[in-house]
Every structure is written in C-alpha cells, then in structure tokens.
Write a protein that binds this ligand. Structure first.
Ligand SMILES: Cc1ncc(COP(=O)(O)O)c(C=O)c1O
Length: 433
C-alpha cells in the first residue's frame, strides 16, 4: 500500500469513518505527483512554470475562437446548455468524432469499430476501462515512463499490478522487444497493455517503422494464443512534429489486426480541441472478430459504467464542441495556429537541448511530439533538482518517479525556452557536479 494511503488510514483510524473504508477506500490517497507539484509551482515558479500539460500563452490557455465566442447570451439554446446530455453523449458529437477519427486515421477506413462514447474526460474513460476489464491481481503492462494517474487508476482503484518494461530500447527508440517480452511473461491467457503516444512524460511517438514493429509484435503475441487488450491513450493526438513520426493512432492498425487483440481507444477533446476544463473524452472499441452484437453489448456495458459513475457527461461542453466542429468559422485555422506554435516551441527546445549534448549530468530522452520533453537524471534524485530549481530560480518542473525531470514546453513562452533549458542544466551542474 502506498505510504500516503497508510498515513491517511492512520489519521482516520480513531474516527468512525475508518471502519467503513472498503479495500479501495483503504488504498486511496492523493498522490504527490504532477498535480501536487503543479500546485506548488503555481505559488513559487515566478520565472517559468513548465509543470502543466496545458498549452498557454502569457499564462492564459489557448482556445478555439469558435468556442469562446459562444460564451454570450443567445448563442446556444437553453436545452443545449441546461438539459441532461444522453448517457453516451450527444449523438451529433459522437458522429462528428467518428468522422474525425476516420479523417485523422486513414487506416481505419472500412474497418468496424464502435461509435465513440462520450466520457467525462479521458481520465474517466481510462478509469472505466480499468474497472470493466481488469481486476485485483491482474497485471497491466506499461512502459516505465508513464502518466502518473495510471498508478492510481490501475493499482489503487482496481488492485491490478503494474508490469513495467523500459520505454526506450538500446537504439534510443521505442522498446518493441521489451514490450513483447513483457506481454509474453504475463501470467495466464489474458494480457493488458496501455500505450500512450505522444507520450507523457517523454514527448516520444514511435516512427512509422516502429509503429509497424509494435503492431507486428502484438500480432505475434496474439498468434501464441494469448489474448491482449491494447489501450491506446491518445491524449495528445495530432501533435506530431517530425516527418518520420507515425501520425495515426495504433488503434487504427489494431482494430482488425487479430481475433485475439481487443483494441481500445481513449481520446479527448481536452487537448485536441483545447478545452481542458470542459471534461469531454471518448471511448472506442474494435477487434477483428467483433460482430455488431458484440459492439452493442460492449457499448451497453460502458453505458452502465457511465450511469453508475457520473450518470451523464457535461452538456454545455458537448454542445459547444459540436458547434465549433460543425460550423466553426475559424476552427481549422485556430487549430493549425496552435499546432504551429507548439512545433515552434518544440524546435526551440530541441535546439537548446542539443547545445548541452556534451554534458553528462542530464540526458534528454528522445522526443518528437506532444507537450513535453524529459531528462534522465541517471539515478540522481529528480526531486532534489525540482525543488532546487523552484527555490533558487523560481522555475517549476516536474519530478517523475525520482529519476526523470519533465518540462512542459507547452506552457512556457518561446522567448523563455532557451533560458529555461540552460537553467535546468546549470542547476543540475550546481548540485551534482
Ligand atoms: C497521458 C494522459 N492521458 C490522459 C490524460 C487525461 O486527460 P483528461 O484531462 O481528458 O482527463 C492526461 C492528462 O494530463 C494525460 O497526460
């Protein structure tokens, strides 16, 4: 059990509530992870706050002008704001999202997959998948650099055991053979894996060649008779900055790859439509062997999960996203502008990091996409560097599991990025050289 959970249990032990705690209740705690570190940075990181996975300019979030302009009277009918949304989400939004999936993932065309269900953000989608398809003692395979909420969801909520493998292989790319080995060594006939590209915290997406290798490796594990559920967490989908990077979700290749592969896609309007506060995500299922009846049954199971967790999801957010996607005057233009801005920041960070290539105190993990980049601290305490940067330089960054330092360049102005990177190296040199 996590030490923070133990502390909370100890505090509660002389209260009437303690005896009521379920096994999940006993395991639950609020992690000192990304959210807690970001809160700390909000107060202290007066110079640069590179903690948050939210794209900002001058401290304010980017947004679609077609959505912002709806925050006036008479732009939406009362029913589009105040009524309940259907359990699985606004039907028009679901259809639009499905069309969008086909447009963004040409390999999905002609393949059978479920109509995306609307969830209360991507976290909710992953959490429901975990509760529907994993239970106490099951292993969940995951690369060792992952979004910290997976721990809370899979380990603490569901009681599953993380089965980690090194994210990067010896050539510095995605560790396909490590992934395959991990899946083959899962006990029993069923293996679960979650893959997140562009990755949080590393900012890495496999190349087209690596993506093909990943799919081939998954198929070869499925050929052994093992059934694999592959959850694609596509939170940062679309932010691909290099020519050779795979631009489609793994889901599109896995949707009809093998009868033993169950492909699950979690994605969200959160970052793709720049509506972090709206809480609108999506969940989509596919498998080579699925019939319409299978898809219908899975959809109903998920509707049940939605019903017993949030009942239904945010109505105003869904209505506004529909309006922007359907009739937005600047929809494509605004999205393209933010993509260009993120690519520019990525290029600046890349250049800034390469200036320090000869310094061994920190090693940047290979990155090519998303909102982030991260450094390997080579076993030195990333928390020490994080707090030093915060206290001495008023710079906020994130410590990931003690030996990785993450920079969210999405929330720092381009003009400051070189200084941010230089200062991180300088600070690391000051405490560790
Ligand atoms: C990898 C990853 N998956 C999922 C999410 C959750 O997204 P949402 O805000 O839609 O719940 C995040 C958000 O930070 C993330 O980084």
């Amino acid at each position: 059990m996590n030490i923070l959970a133990e502390e909370l249990n100890k505090t509660l032990s002389d209260s009437v509530a303690y005896g009521f705690l379920s096994p999940v209740g006993r395991r639950m705690y609020f992690p000192k992870g990304i959210v807690a570190q970001s809160d700390e940075a909000k107060e202290k990181a007066k110079k640069y706050n590179a903690t948050v996975g939210l794209a900002t300019r001058k401290g304010a979030p980017f947004y679609l002008s077609d959505i912002y302009s709806l925050f006036r009277e008479d732009t939406l009918k009362p029913a589009e704001i105040f009524s309940y949304a259907p359990g699985g989400g606004d039907k028009t939004l679901r259809a639009l999202w499905k069309d969008g999936l086909l447009e963004k993932n040409p390999s999905l065309r002609g393949k059978k997959f479920s109509l995306p269900l609307v969830t209360g953000g991507l976290t909710h989608a992953i959490s429901m998948v975990a509760q529907l398809f994993a239970s106490e003692g099951d292993e969940i395979v995951c690369p060792d650099l992952f979004w910290d909420n997976y721990d809370l969801i899979f380990r603490d909520l569901v009681g599953a055991e993380p089965h980690l493998f090194p994210f990067y292989g010896e050539d510095g790319g995605f560790n396909v053979s490590g992934m395959k080995e991990a899946l083959l060594s899962v006990k029993g006939d069923y293996a679960r894996i979650i893959l997140n590209f562009p990755n949080n915290p590393t900012g890495y997406t496999p190349s087209e060649t690596e993506a093909r290798e990943i799919v081939d490796a998954l198929v070869s594990v499925a050929d052994t008779g093992k059934k694999i559920m592959v959850i694609s967490d596509d939170a940062y989908f679309g932010l691909f900055f290099e020519e050779s990077t795979e631009k489609e979700s793994l889901f599109s290749f896995l949707a009809d790859a093998h009868e033993n592969i169950f492909a699950v896609k979690g994605d969200a309007a959160t970052k793709e439509e720049m509506v972090w506060g709206f809480r609108v995500g999506f969940l989509t299922y596919a498998s080579k062997g699925f019939t319409d009846a299978h898809i219908d049954a899975l959809t109903k199971k998920t509707l049940g999960m939605i019903r017993c967790t949030v009942s239904n999801c945010d109505r105003p957010g869904q209505s506004m996203i529909v309006k922007a996607m359907q009739n937005g005057l600047h929809y494509n233009e605004d999205k393209a502008a933010v993509f260009t801005e993120m690519k520019k920041r990525y290029e600046i960070v890349h250049k800034a990091v390469s200036k320090h290539a000869s310094e061994s105190v920190l090693t940047p993990y290979r990155f090519n996409s998303g909102y982030f980049m991260a450094f390997d601290t080579h076993g030195r305490d990333a928390e020490e560097l994080r707090t030093y940067l915060l206290d001495k330089y008023q710079i906020g960054v994130i410590n990931i599991m003690g030996s990785t330092l993450r920079l969210a360049y999405c929330s720092v102005e381009p003009e400051g990025l070189e200084e941010l990177v230089d200062t991180v190296y300088k600070a690391a040199g000051e405490i560790w050289n």
